[in-house]
Design a protein around this ligand. Structure first.
Ligand code: 3PY
Ligand code: MG
Length: 251
């Protein structure tokens, strides 16, 4: 198994992703035929569950897009099941301490690096037990920083062995810092984001941003972030529909 997005993160190359909230294989496949590097299926807030994931991951398999899953919580069983279903990395919400980060990283890796239980289903179907020889080095573990506590501990989280990148959850971070949700221009928010970026830089890991808009993703890249989502399936649908309707009405 080869993780193309992880290669880019390790080489310091920018990568753009799409966020999947809708449990529709055709939408997921369409997104993965766009020039994106990774897609993230969201089991935390997306309108999908584990049985949807079992259809969505095969639908995008074979396309040059790394499939990631945001698990609902930092639990080894949830991480293991997402990886066994064919995710090549997990985005773990609400990582608040180095202990949380270590638990997530260990849940992604087979012994001796971690405590992932062995039972790869989807990837073993594709490549047999060859998968076991490469999985530890190719599975990405991304920790979300989105609370005041997570931000306070960001240096230790970034330094945790097995963490490949940090990912900003902007809206929860606003709540955590007592900022109005969506006030991404607030100096406290900007300072928090700068601290997350700096922690990634000092530890040689990738810095990621959940983009609430394409503009937000673009400004994150300008700031030095390595990866960002350009939008979600729902936001693409809304903005595309809004633009199309407005253009049609002008005619
Ligand atoms: C946040 O903004 O907190 C997120 O987790 C994005 O989904
Ligand atoms: Mg969040």
């Amino acid at each position: 198994m080869k993780n193309l997005a992880l290669d880019k993160w390790r080489n310091g190359e920018a990568s753009t992703g799409a966020w999947s909230n809708l449990p529709d294989i055709h939408i997921a496949e369409t997104l993965c035929r766009m020039p994106i590097d990774w897609i993230c299926f969201d089991l935390q807030h997306g309108l999908m569950d584990y049985s949807d994931l079992l259809r969505l991951l095969p639908a995008v398999c074979g396309l040059p897009v790394t499939p990631l899953v945001r698990v609902a919580a930092n639990q080894p069983d949830q991480i293991g099941r997402a990886l066994d279903a064919g995710a090549h990395g997990v985005i773990v919400p609400m990582v608040n301490s180095a202990g949380d980060a270590l638990a997530a990283a260990r849940a992604c890796r087979y012994p001796p690096l971690g405590c992932r239980s062995c039972g790869p289903m989807r990837d073993a179907m594709l490549e047999g037990f060859e998968y076991l020889a490469t999985a530890n080095g190719e599975i990405a573990c991304i920790a979300m920083i989105e609370t005041e506590e997570g931000l306070a501990n960001v240096k230790d989280i970034a330094a945790t062995p097995g963490i490949d990148g940090l990912f900003v959850g902007p809206m929860d971070l606003c709540y955590g810092l007592g900022i109005a949700p969506g006030d991404f221009a607030s100096p406290r928010f900007k300072d928090g984001v700068a601290r997350i970026l700096a922690a990634c830089r000092s530890n040689g890991i990738a810095a990621g941003m959940f983009g609430y808009s394409a503009e937000m993703a673009a400004s994150s890249f300008e700031q030095g972030f390595d990866f960002a989502s350009a939008g979600t399936d729902i936001s693409f649908l809304r903005t595309g529909a809004e633009q199309a309707i407005a253009t049609a009405r002008k005619g």
